[in-house]
Structure formats: C-alpha cells, structure tokens
Design a protein. Structure first.
Lengths: 131, 761
C-alpha cells in the first residue's frame, strides 16, 4: 500500500538504532500521512540534519555510538533553532537518572517505550501538526 | 741464872727481832717462868672468843688439859689488876698435899686499854712481893707492846700480801719500772704470760718485755712513749694481741723513787668485736644509723650513705642535712610522736628525699634510747630501701587497675568458669546487661544458652578444658530480659602454675544488632544488584515490546484483518500490555527517582491512604484501628511515594486478613522513635511465609496474575531512597504480621538544607 505524501512538505527525521522500532515508527507515521527519513545512529542523524531539510525530529535517547539523543537535542538547539520546538524524544529507560535529568532540562515531549500507536500520533500531531 | 735486867733486855731484843709470834711468845713464857721462878707459864692471847695459849715446854708440874682450860677461863675473867688464885686441891698432885700452888694472872692490856690477853704463872708462892709485881707488870707491858707490834706487823704483812694477790689477780698485765728501765715489779698475769714466776723478772731490763708488745718508740721500755707525760694511754699491738697501755708516772724525791707503771689491757677481743661490728655496720646492705631526735645523724653506715645518694659519710653527718631529708615535716612529727609513745617502731614506712631530690621509700625499724629523765636521747635504726618494691607495687597496682578498667569498661561480657562450667566471675558489663549476680555466680553458663545450642557450647567447653581456644562461636543466648540474643562467644583456657587448665575465660558479645545490620547490608546490596539487572533487562525488553505493541496496533487498525485474527491480535495486545506492566513495575522498583523533599505529615498521608481503601475494608468487615501520635513531627520526603508504600502495605494486610478467614483487624501506629518516624502496620492475617525474602522482586505468595511480585520491592526502593528502612516480621504473640516503615524526621538542619537546595535550582 502506497500512501502519498503531501508535496513540498519536508520529511520527519527518525533517529533510532533499533530496526524493529524504526520499522514500526515509519509504518505508523507514513500511514498517517507523514514523510519519514531515518538514521540508524545519532551520528548519522546529525549528518543528515546538517545536509537536509526536515520538518521535525523523532529521536531515541539511548543509542550506541558517540552521539545520543541528548546530544542530538543539543546540536539542534545550537544549529537548527527553528527545529527546537519540533523534537520528540523516545525513551526505553526513564528509570535512568541521567535520562530524567535530561528530560527535565530539555522540556521536549517524550514517549516511553512501549507505547500505543494512538499515544504516538497524539504527540506527533500536537508537536508537528497534522500532515 | 740470868740476871733479871739482862733477861728483860734480851726479851726486848727478842721482841724487836722476832718475826714469828708463836716462837717469841713461847720464849717469852720461858723467860717469865725463869724470872719469877714459876713452874709453868703461859702467855694467853685473846683472839676474839678464842684464846691462844703459848706455854713453857719444861716443868714438872705442867697443868693437864682440863687444868689448862680452867686457867684460860680464869684469865678471860681477869680484871685490870694482877690476881693470885689458890689452885683447887684437885689440881694439886697426890702425895704433895703439903705443897700449896697458886696461879698468878697478869692482864696484857694494849695502849688503848683493849684487853689483849694475860700472862699466867703457876708457882708455889702464896703471894708476890712488890718487886715481883713490878716485874710482872713490866713483863705484861712488854707482852702488850710485842703483841701490838706483831699485830700491826701481821696486818701490814697481810695487807701487803693481799695487795700483791690483788695485783696478781688482775688479768691485765702490770709492770712497774724505775728510771733506769729496770723492772721493779710485775704481776702474776704478766709473768705467767712469759712463763716465769713474778720475782724472776724483778731487776730485769724493761727491753726484755718487748716480746709482749711494742709501742714503737726508741725508748728502752717497749711501753713508754713520752716520759714527760704523767699519764699516757695508747694502743700497742703485737702480731697476735692488741693492748691498751695505760701508763702512770709517779715522780719521787730520788731517781730510785720514780716509778713508771704500765697497765696493759688485752683488748684484742674487744677490738675484734669492734672491728667485726664496724665491718658488719659498713658491709650490711641495710642502712644503719644513729641520730638525734631533731634528725641529725650521729653515725651512719655506707649503705645508708649510698641509699640517700650522698658521696661520703661526712656529708650526711652534717647538721643541715635534716630539712632536706624530710620532705614532710608533719610526717616527721608523727614519727617522733609514735616513737615517743611506743619506744620501738617496727616496719615503719617513711619517705625520705635523696640528695638529688628524688624520693626514697624506706622501711625502718627504730629504737629510741632514752635518757635518765625518759626523754629520747638518741634514735637508732635500720633502714631498708623499698623504693623498688614500692614502684613495683604501684606498677602492679596500676596494672591491676588497668586490667580492672578494661574488664569494667569493655562492651563484652567476660565470665570465668571453673572446669565444671560454673560461673565464678562476671565482669561489670554482665550486670549492666541486666544479669544479677545471684543468678550468674555459681550457676552453669550453659543454662543460659538456647537449648538447641547447648550441645555446641558443651563441646566448646570441653575443647577449652583440654587447652584449646575456641573463637567466635555464634550461639543464641538468653538475655537478662528473657529475650534471645545472638552472641559471639570465645572461650580461652586459663592455666595454673602446673600448666593445668583450671578455669575458662568466656568473652561474650551480643552481636544481634551487628547480625541484623549485616543482614540489612547484604539485603540492600542484593537489592541494588537486582535493581541494576532489572533496569538493563527492562530496557532491552522495551524495544521489542515497542515493536510488538506498535505493529499489533497497526494491524488492528487495518480493516482488512479478519475478525478471528483480530481476536488473536487482541490477545497479543493484552499480553503485551501485561508484559509492559511488568516491565514498568520492574523499572519503578529499579528507578532511582529523585525523592521530592518536602515536609510530609505522615499521619495525614496515612489517613488519605486508608480512605482509598476504606470502602473495601468496611464492606469486608476489616477493622482498621488508628493509633496515631498526634504530636508527630513532619518527615522530609515525597508524599506521593510514601502513599504508594503505605497503600502497598495496607493492600498486603488486607489480602492477609481476607485469606485468614477471620475477622480482620489492622492496627496502624505512628510514633517518634529516635530521629525517625515509625509507622507500624499490624494485621491478624495469615502472616508471612518468608519474611527474609519478602522484599525480593518477584517474590509473591499471591496467585499468578494477581500481582507482579514487585510491590514490596518498589516500597523497599522508595523507603531506602528516603533514607529510611522497611522491616517486617511475624507477630510473636498473635497471628499475623507487622510491617514497620521508618523515615527520618525533618529536623531544622535537614529542612534548611533542603530549602537551600531548592533555592539553588
């Protein structure tokens, strides 16, 4: 099934290291009319951000490699301030005190894994607007 | 026939020349008889009540013994005058009846009128003529004079002899010499020393006496030193003997009269005694002294000098030593008083000061020597240096005190058991712990040990009795309040001089709290490990769970999915949801969620919590009793989280009483306990199967699906995050269990710190 994405609307950048989660997010977002680009790591995400135009960012917080969600958020704040209010964070580990501190400081919306499609879409529409 | 005058002259000469009285008197009697033509004559000499009669040896008419006695009696009755008595007839021999005999008595009277004796003549004359009477009187005078002379002479002789005897009796050697160094006289002692009679030495040169001893002068007399001195006294010594020579010189008118008298006193023994005494005095290790009552030494021995730290005896004998010697004048006074009262002090302890100022502890035996008025004239004593003993003693005392202090202050109970296991000693700690002396001393320690542990204790005691030490035996022992405590016990054998074990030292320490603390520590460590594990697992599970849940949702959104598949998907969804809940619970247990620090009124949090379940309690007949301390201080913490804890405990209590099937009763008490607020929730339910594991994750007694087994683990995490503790146990007196939550009370300091932290945010 092919869903048309509205022309002229930049895609949402999805930064997530877990392929199954990426697949689910892409499917859910695309079915609800959003265009999606994805990066498998924080480093890749930053590379794409600096080279392309995106309407918003959905990023996992805990990712392997040198760049995690918090750093992605910090990079955007510094280099893409227009996207600052268009970040949704995903966390699988809110018990971590570092995560908690980051969330409190960033004020960005956060969805805790696992989540229902409806929970996701409510936050996405609220943050990025309807497609 | 002698002429009378001639006879009298001869008599006088005889009297002057005679040395032998009896011979003279006998001759006198012969002469008197001749002069007066008497047949018999006797000179009777009175000697006290005795009468010596010297009579003529010739004559045909000698009186017999009885007649003689009668005549003597008559002589003794004689007055001052001449008497002429007719002799009794029986005195006259038979056949001569016509011859008349008379006895003529003439008294011999001394110049001082003392009656010395009488002259008795027996003759045939009836009376005497005047010439004869004059002659008789002259004879009596001669006799008196002679007797007196003889008496004087014999007295002189006697006293001279006596004198020589006396001199000879003196054991000291006496020698008298003249100026020409010739021996005039020696006594017998001296002569017998040389092995000769005393007379043999007379006229010898004094130098011949050199063998006795020598004074060392150049004079010819070995005993003279300075002839100008009237008196000399000195000691001379021979290789064997020592003499004290006392010399007197008596100057005379001529050289011959000048006499030098040497008296040699053998003082060898005295000297020896003195030498021995001195040697003893000086070599003895005890201090000996003679002192005046005011504390001045008259004589001291070397030991005393050494003891008091002086360099020489003379230094100690100086008058100004006293004040330095007695550091406490009052003690000195006491000493003198005691001595005055008792005269002798035995083992008297006195502290003196040495020359260098250090103290000397002495033990003295003192004797007071009193003068004629009874005052103490001299103090004689023997002194022992007991400083070392004192030091040793005080060291011993210190050591004893130290040991006593250790025994008294140690937090361990220390007991001594005899080999039969009976308690013979218990240190102070035992009594502080509440045990009474009358229930310990003399009783068996094993009786205090929990019955199941007694065999262990007996075995340990047996081991110790064989000389082996037993360390850290952990036993349960009954405390004084009858509760059981966990004790660490060490037993050590104590040996007597023969190295045989005669008692056992038991050191017991109540380690109940320590054991508890250790258990708590182990538990919290375990919980932390579990927390980390759970956190990691939860995170890893969340990713696949997110995909499963997400895709299930997407599938369900797909209208083309058939209904039967949709039902299956619903199950997947449901189970995923349940998995999610489990993971959520796991995470919230492991979550180190920062505790909101605010003042929390525990009582009101509890009331709100109770209200949440009040419907259930009421509808199932569960009684909830609130025993709150209304004056409870607020705690510092997170009211939401604490409510979660209380709710969890209440839920458990509710489930427990429901299960028991009895009328449920839950008592909730609050109180201040130290720096903590304590909430105790007691139920009369089924109790806890395993209180030690109840806070472990996934530990649940509830049926599957009713709980995740994480509720109390989460409570544990929350309370720990508050800096408090959560405990539970089964009630001892009634069924059911009790949960206790303790959280720190908000004190001024902690509130201020919290406020400051918040202001800094």
């Amino acid at each position: 099934m092919k869903i048309q994405t509205p022309a002229g609307l930049a895609p949402i950048l999805l930064i997530e290291d877990e392929p199954s989660v990426t697949a689910f997010l892409r499917a859910a977002l695309e079915r609800h009319g959003y265009a999606v680009a994805n990066a498998a790591s924080g480093a890749e995400g930053l590379k794409m951000l600096s080279g392309g135009k995106y309407s918003g960012v959905i990023s996992d917080i805990r990712m392997p490699g040198t760049v995690n969600g918090a750093e992605v958020h910090a990079w955007i704040q510094k280099n893409r301030p227009e996207l600052c209010a268009r970040i949704i964070l995903i966390s699988g580990d809110t018990a971590n005190s570092e995560t908690q501190a980051f969330l409190a400081q960033s004020r960005a919306p956060c969805i805790e894994k696992p989540f229902r499609v409806q929970q996701l879409m409510t936050i996405v529409e609220k943050t990025f607007g309807k497609p | 026939m002698h002429d009378r005058a001639e006879e009298l002259m001869e008599l006088a000469v005889d009297a002057a020349q005679s040395r032998h009285l009896p011979g003279f008197l006998e001759r006198f009697a012969e002469r008197a008889a001749r002069l007066l033509s008497a047949e018999w004559c006797a000179v009777m000499v009175f000697r006290g009540r005795e009468t010596d009669s010297y009579q003529t040896s010739t004559g045909k008419d000698r009186p017999d013994a009885a007649q003689h006695t009668s005549l003597i009696r008559s002589a003794r009755e004689l007055g001052k005058e001449i008497e002429v008595r007719q002799l009794l007839a029986e005195l006259v021999e038979a056949g001569e009846a016509e011859k008349t005999k008379t006895a003529v008595f003439v008294p011999i009277t001394a110049s001082d009128a003392e009656s010395l004796g009488a002259i008795c003549l027996v003759c045939e004359k009836k009376k005497l003529d005047k010439a004869e009477e004059r002659l008789l009187r002259a004879l009596a005078s001669h006799a008196a004079l002679s007797l007196e002379n003889f008496r004087r002479f014999s007295q002189l002789e006697r006293s001279k002899r006596q004198w020589v005897e006396d001199i000879d009796a003196i054991s000291d050697y006496i020698v008298v010499h003249d100026r020409s160094w010739r021996v005039v006289r020696t006594n017998r002692s001296l002569a017998s020393h040389l092995g000769v009679p005393p007379v043999a030495l007379v006229g010898e040169a004094m130098s011949s006496l050199r063998q006795i001893a020598e004074s060392g002068s150049d004079l010819p007399c070995p005993f003279c030193r300075d002839t100008q001195q009237a008196r000399e006294e000195y000691v001379v010594a021979s290789p064997e003997r020592i003499f004290l020579v006392s010399t007197s010189r008596t100057p005379g008118v001529s050289d011959d009269d000048t006499r030098t008298i040497h008296v040699l006193k053998d003082i060898t023994d005295r000297r020896e005694a003195e030498r021995r005494y001195r040697e003893l005095f000086d070599s003895i290790q005890e201090g000996l002294f003679f002192a005046t009552p005011d504390g001045r030494f008259l004589d001291v021995n070397d030991a005393m000098v050494r003891m008091l730290g002086y360099d020489a005896r003379d230094e100690l004998l100086r008058a100004d030593v006293g004040p330095h010697l007695y550091p406490a004048p009052a003690a000195r006074e006491r000493f003198l008083q005691a001595l005055a009262e008792r005269g002798v002090l035995r083992n008297y302890e006195e502290t003196l000061r040495r020359k260098d100022g250090t103290l000397l502890h002495t033990l003295q035996n003192i004797t007071a020597v009193r003068d004629s008025r009874g005052n103490i004239a001299q103090i004689r004593g023997l002194m022992l240096d007991v400083t070392e003993q004192k030091t040793f003693q005080s060291q011993l005392q210190r050591e004893r005190d130290f040991n006593q202090k250790i025994l008294n202050t140690t937090q361990s109970m220390i007991l001594v058991l005899d080999t039969a296991g009976l308690i013979s000693y218990a240190n102070r700690r035992c009594f502080e712990a509440g045990y009474r002396e009358d229930e310990l001393i003399g009783y068996r320690l094993v009786d205090w040990v929990e019955s199941s542990h007694r065999a262990d204790f007996e075995a340990a005691l047996e081991t110790t009795a064989h000389g082996q030490q037993v360390e850290n035996l952990e036993l349960r022992v009954r405390r004084s309040d009858a509760s059981m405590g966990h004790f660490s016990i060490s037993l050590s054998p104590m040996r007597d001089e023969q190295n045989a074990v005669n008692s056992v030292v038991v050191v017991m320490t109540d380690v109940t709290d320590a054991t508890l603390l250790q258990a708590k520590l182990a538990h919290s460590e375990k919980m932390a490990t579990i927390g980390r594990l759970v956190s990691g697992v939860a995170h890893e599970v969340n990713n696949p769970l997110a995909a499963i849940l997400g895709f299930t949702d997407l599938l369900l959104e797909n209208p083309q999915i058939p209904d039967n598949a949709r039902e299956d998907l619903q199950i997947i969804l449901q189970e995923t949801q349940r998995t999610k809940d489990i993971v959520q619970d796991l995470l919230s247990f492991a979550r180190q969620r920062p505790v909101q620090r605010e003042l929390v009124h525990v009582n009101s949090v509890l009331r709100q919590t109770i209200k949440l379940r009040s419907y259930d309690f009421a509808s199932h007949g569960v009684e909830v009793v609130e025993e709150f301390d209304e004056k409870l201080s607020p705690a510092l913490g997170d009211s939401q989280q604490l409510q979660q804890v209380f709710l969890n405990i209440l839920n458990n209590a509710y489930d427990a009483v429901q299960e028991s099937g009895q009328r449920g009763r839950i008592v909730i008490r609050t109180r201040l306990r130290g720096d903590s607020i304590e909430v105790a929730v007691t139920d009369n339910g089924t109790g806890i199967a395993d209180p030690e594991h109840i806070f472990d994750p996934f530990y649940t007694t509830k049926q599957a699906g009713k709980g995740t087994g994480l509720g109390l683990s989460i409570c544990y995490g929350i309370v720990r995050a508050h800096g408090g503790e959560i405990l539970c146990w089964n009630n001892s007196e009634q069924r059911g269990s009790t949960f206790v939550v303790r959280v720190p009370v908000a004190n001024d300091a902690s509130v201020a710190a919290t406020l400051a932290k918040e202001a800094g945010r």
